[in-house]
Ligand binder design. Structure first.
Ligand code: UT7
Length: 336
């Protein structure tokens, strides 16, 4: 029998969710005009038909703000009630200050802790786990967790392997304290990283190892570089392992799970993970078709869409799972 609270003082639960997709769509047909690709190839190999692009002057913090407002409204709390902001991103407004502080200002929140988490596409799951710990220990009560990206700035639209995948979006969750008799609770979090294979997906320039220079621009090192086929294999393995680890830890079977909300990187990756874990695709939230891979934003956006259209209901057991550059990976098992 699972012990409520896992030995901590409190238990956490999701109080509200929100999401935001920029208006501008970049369709496969649009990409056909830019690179040597075609709609059929992209749909068959990835499941993506279009992705969104932030407008000029629309920053990661703006996308985060729109998603955060929705999550706060659904949680029925104001920005003033927040005790902490954690923002997962690999495309911050700028390196310094962190985007969480920019969001804090835009939200009009109090002088609470505001921090960015960098774990690529696993960023939201990592950020969520940090929030969960602060709630469990009783240090904080209401925490805003956001995954937000403006990835199109880091994509080389001459590289057909990457430019077909990535898009811009933000998703948010307010995590709060569950009452003692509350059915909703976060049951477990499992996180991993394997730096040995960190070269599979990189953004080479812009850090202290390779600051911007004319050479960087000439060699186009300001854009993401990816070993797609290799990542594919690790994506399936790590997300499937994370789901199984969560089920085992909670002494549960796949039948007891109502929904899996996986990182939306490629439909074929999602299908392979589901098959590996014996979870029918009817129980998997898939939102990749119209948004592509939005890194740290995919899990909270997919979660929010499924909550708002009624697929996900209170009391259901849900697994969130993600993998990303690092290679990072992880899962959250919760009763919504
Ligand atoms: O969040 C983590 C970020 N990264 C990922 O999740 C990426 C994971 N990997 C993938 O999603 C897939 O590996 C890709 C979508 C990137 C590529 O799909 P694939 O089925 O693994 O294709 P492939 O690399 O095996 O390439 C098959 C063929 C190649 O041509 P040849 O050598 O067989 O003649 C490629 O050059 O498809 C070609 N190709 C394309 N053709 C049309 C590669 N990209 C494209 C393209 N359009 N955009």
């Amino acid at each position: 029998m699972k012990k409520k609270n896992n030995g901590f003082i409190y238990c956490s639960k999701i109080l509200g969710t929100g999401s935001y997709l920029p208006e501008k769509k970049l369709t496969n047909v649009d990409l056909e005009r830019i690179v040597d690709t075609n709609d059929q190839w992209i749909v068959e190999r990835t499941g993506i038909r279009s992705r969104r692009m932030a407008a000029p002057g629309e920053y990661t913090s703006d996308l985060a703000l729109a998603a955060a407002k929705q999550a706060l409204s659904q949680a029925q709390i104001s920005a003033q009630d927040l005790d902490m902001i954690i923002l997962a991103t690999v495309s911050p407004d700028q390196v310094m200050p962190n985007t969480a502080c920019v969001l804090q200002k835009k939200l009009g929140a109090r002088d609470i802790m505001a921090v960015d988490v960098s774990a690529a596409c696993t960023g939201f799951v990592y950020a969520f786990s940090i929030a969960d710990q602060f709630v469990r220990t009783g240090v904080y009560k209401n925490i805003l967790v956001v995954g937000a990206e403006v990835l199109h700035q880091y994509v080389n639209y001459k590289d057909r392997e990457t430019c077909i995948l990535f898009g811009d979006a933000a998703g948010a969750v307010v995590l709060g304290r569950a009452d003692e008799n509350d059915a909703s609770e976060v049951m477990s979090v499992h996180l991993h990283a394997d730096g040995e294979i960190s070269d599979l997906f990189v953004l080479p320039a812009g850090g202290s190892a390779l600051p911007f220079s004319q050479e960087v621009l000439d060699q186009e090192l300001q854009y993401v570089k990816m070993k797609g086929r290799e990542i594919f294999k690790h994506a399936v393995r790590t997300m499937a392992n994370s789901c199984e680890e969560a089920l085992q830890h909670n002494n549960m079977t796949a039948e007891q799970i109502s929904w899996v909300v996986p990182h939306q990187a490629n439909l074929r990756i999602i299908e392979a993970v589901a098959k590996h874990c014996s979870i029918p695709m009817e129980k998997v939230v898939v939102e990749i078709e119209e948004m592509g891979n939005t890194s740290a934003a995919t899990v909270p956006v997919a979660l929010d869409k499924a909550v708002r259209d009624g697929r996900i209901q209170r009391g259901q057991n849900i697994i969130l799972t993600a993998f990303g550059a690092g290679i990072t990976s992880g899962s959250v098992l919760l009763t919504y």
